[in-house]
Design a protein around this ligand. Structure first.
Ligand code: 5GP
Length: 196
């Protein structure tokens, strides 16, 4: 499903409240669809245990992030829980241009900007049954201070209210099922585009 003919690649945007298991679902999608390009964002957030620079994120200082903004190198960026996150423009534009499908994991504000800039993008909101389940998962992850955790939950409440603005909502009660559901959505979007 990637790199076919001269057609542009399909861009899929996945947003999820913190704790919904988005990283695990995206890792499963990439395992099942190795040709898919995952957009590695830049962030000023410090790396968590197990995260690798240039794979999970490009970990940068605030000064470096500001330089990326000033040089026009970010397709979009947003502040989330006190840190900056942004999508490098060049990689996405080049990959889509040569027909490779791309997937990005960005917050709800970022999804809003992408919808304006690339209206043909498919937007997916990945979530779980509700705030108590998110809180349970965030506490189990154990990577955030109580203050950061409360800030992530407060943001999640706002994000859940925006879910209906996305093209699709996928419930992550099973990683493999959620990954397959997202791949089905992507395949249908490509088929519909090819038939149009
Ligand atoms: P985390 O710190 O949990 O990795 O990510 C926090 C939030 O930032 C998540 O909602 C994630 O999707 C979002 N995020 C990651 N990269 C980007 C990006 O490039 N742009 C925007 N707008 N949000 C991002």
């Amino acid at each position: 499903m990637t790199g076919e003919g001269n057609a542009r690649g399909l861009l899929t945007v996945v947003s999820a409240p913190s704790g919904a298991g988005k990283n695990t679902v995206i890792a499963e999608i990439l395992r099942l669809r190795p040709g898919l390009y995952f957009s590695v964002s830049a962030t000023t957030r410090p790396p968590r245990q197990g995260e690798t620079d240039a794979v999970s994120y490009h970990f940068v200082t605030r000064g470096e992030f500001t330089a990326l903004i000033d040089a026009g190198e970010l397709l979009e960026y947003a502040e989330y829980a006190g840190d900056l996150y942004g999508t490098p423009k060049r990689e996405i534009i080049d990959n889509l241009g040569c027909g490779r499908d791309c997937i990005m994991d960005i917050d709800v504000q970022g999804a809003r900007s992408i919808r304006e800039k690339i209206p043909e993008a498919v937007t997916i909101f990945l979530t779980v049954s509700g705030i108590p389940e998110l809180e349970r998962r965030l506490r189990a992850r154990g990577t955030d201070s109580e203050e950061k955790l409360q800030s992530r939950l407060a943001i999640a409440r706002g994000e859940l209210r925006e879910a209906e603005l996305f093209d699709h909502i996928v419930i992550n009660d099973d990683v493999s099922r959620a990954a397959r559901e997202i791949l089905d959505i992507m395949d249908k979007a490509k088929n519909e585009r090819n038939d149009a």
